[in-house]
Design a protein around this ligand. Sequence first.
Ligand code: ATP
Length: 353
Amino acid sequence: AEPLTEKAGNVDIRIVDVAKEFGDEAALYGVSLHIRAGELLALLGPSGSGKTTLLRIIAGLEVPDRGQVFFGEQDATSLPVQQRRVGFVFQHYALFRHLNVADNIAYGLRARPRGSRPAEKDIRRRVSDLLDLVQLSGYERRFPGNLSGGQCQRVALARALAVEPRVLLLDEPFGALDAKVRKDLRGWIRQLHQRTGQTTIFVTHDQDEALELADRVAILNDGRLEQVGSVDDVQDRPETPFVMAFLGDVSHFIAEVVDNQLLIQGRPVPVDPPADLSGKVRLYCRPWDLRLAPAGEGHIAGVVTGIRRVGSLRRVEVTSPADTKIEVEVPAATDLRIGQDIGLEIVRGRVTE
Ligand code: ATP
């Protein structure tokens, strides 16, 4: 029998050029992604971008039309789900309603074939350790119908972890819960990951959730991978306009490249345009790429039309004469009032055609 105390068999997972169509609609176009052993990776993207399809391919619930999935050195592309040793938790908790908490958690262990099935006393010990881990000790005999949504999801997590999965797959596991419970569970997943070092892939369409939880973030859009990187990478060095727009209240401006210099309203902007571009281009700026300037100065003129707090900073909405709304992040102490004329200086940005 496999020892239950053994460290989870974390492996790195490599997805190589995976494509999948449903009917004649493509869900994934040749996605390649390397998930490192022990990391918590968030798969982030809008609805329909292919996150769930990719997760189901990793789980073995879906077979790709093309490409391969490796678990460590093993080609797992057509390995049946039962042989992958993956744990998963989906949005709608699928606990067995007729089994109590302990039996739900033990289910995967008891379902193992004789020979690899642990002894009953080892199963009981493991269930008790897992309940401790998800902070539900004492809930062994409760039934799912007597638990809150958040508690059910913690039992589902314990059940997924019971089989010592090589990877833990979470698909919007808090999607059906209210905001307060979601926030608690996030902190709690983070803690769990720090304690267990379990390789985890977390699907979400909520950027705050991804940025708060993950070591690294993979951003999907329309079946394609836009960028993979640390939270700082994707926030501070977005590689595509989509990533920029998805992660912040991005403003864009029409600019012009003249002799390799970027200009707005004839004034130079401190952003280097790509060498192959000239003429009219689009400049994308995030709220922290802009600075307020006195009226009549800076690159853009506007009026303050909104002020709100974001943590210890403030977000100022500036409306320009072209009727565009521009979000700017400023220190909380900045003295401003609605209706005031203001200038905007562009400090950074990203240029595309
Ligand atoms: P959501 O957050 O809404 O779940 P997602 O990013 O997880 O979205 P997927 O569920 O992977 O996206 O869907 C990607 C595309 O594939 C969508 O256009 C979807 O309609 C399609 N699709 C997914 N599963 C199936 C299926 N079983 N049959 C037909 N089309 C499907």
